[in-house]
Design a protein around this ligand. Structure first.
Ligand code: PHE
Ligand code: FE
Length: 287
């Protein structure tokens, strides 16, 4: 998502956007996208929230090759008034929040190399566009993302970005959702990762806990490996209502004095849907 203030690369505009330069992708780049797309389209059947698949369809993202933002934006704009804009990589917090607040999603334009197909540190176009954009075609999720951007600008003024970032992490990036058919994936960090798509839903290791705003804001997260806890929302409507109807300022003030929770804690107030064994994380520690 975002990063600390950095110097703007030459050629980027004040808001850090750059042209996508779609004509410059090689045949190998397009082939990488197609391989990743096909693998995830298969993996996500029966695992991802139906609104995600509806988004792929509305945006015609199943067409071969790396999407051209101009064509994608025509459909996305018609669906929810959102747009995708290209950026060189991670952008400073305020720039990131400002884009979201204006219904613009900043996306990296580079694509991973074949050696990086299973894991890469910096978000590339497959993570940013395949992972994040389909749900931006959903009106409720689209509103949540904009509200988050506005909330980010406000949190910056209150010195609370670190707390708010945890909400993004445990929803937009690594969220699970309860449906009538069972738990489903919706977080972009999961749905763009082949291994985590299976792990988050089926592995006995991680905890699955009911969404709790205050609790999430106190919970650390892992940037280096699969999550040890996933938080489950009841619906996008509920996520939007809970976050927009709460004034975060008093919450930030409260939490500033309280300690953080570890990535694998289970607390007395938790709604525990599945108590994980944490076997995966413990095994890794010993290596
Ligand atoms: N209600 C939050 C605030 O008072 C704003 C927000 C909405 C943040 C939705 C995140 C998601 O700051
Ligand atoms: Fe992301």
């Amino acid at each position: 998502m975002e990063k600390d203030a950095d110097t703007r690369p030459p050629g980027a505009a004040d808001d850090w956007t750059i042209p996508q330069g779609w004509d410059r992708y090689s045949a190998a780049d397009h082939a990488t996208w197609d391989r990743l797309f096909d693998r995830q389209a298969q993996m996500l059947q029966g695992r991802v929230v139906p609104q995600f698949l509806a988004g792929l369809d509305i945006l015609r993202m199943d067409r071969p090759g790396i999407p051209d933002f101009a064509a994608l934006n025509g459909r996305l704009m018609a669906a929810t008034g959102w747009q995708v804009v290209a950026v060189p990589g991670l952008v400073p917090d305020r720039i990131f929040f400002d884009h979201l607040a204006h219904r613009r999603f900043p996306a990296g334009r580079f694509i991973r190399t074949p050696e990086q197909e299973d894991y890469l540190q910096e978000p590339d176009i497959f993570h940013d566009v395949f992972g994040h954009v389909p749900l931006l075609a959903n009106p409720v999720f689209a509103d949540y993302m904009q509200a988050y951007g506005r909330g980010g600008l406000r949190a910056d003024g209150l010195g609370a970005i670190a707390k708010l970032a945890r909400l993004y992490w445990y929803t937009v990036e690594f969220g699970l959702i309860a449906t009538d058919e069972g738990l489903r994936l919706y977080g972009a960090g999961i749905v763009s990762s082949n291994a985590e798509s299976r792990f988050a839903l089926e592995d006995p290791s991680p905890h699955r806990l009911g969404f709790d705003l205050r609790r999430i804001m106190r919970t650390r997260y892992r940037i280096d490996d699969f999550q040890q806890s996933y938080f489950v929302i009841d619906s996008f409507e509920d996520l939007l209502a809970q976050t927009t109807q709460t004034d975060f300022a008093p919450l930030y003030a409260d939490l500033a004095a309280l300690p953080d929770y570890d990535t694998d804690s289970i607390l007395p107030g938790d709604r525990v849907l599945m108590c994980g064994t944490q076997a995966y994380a413990r095994h890794k520690e010993k290596e």
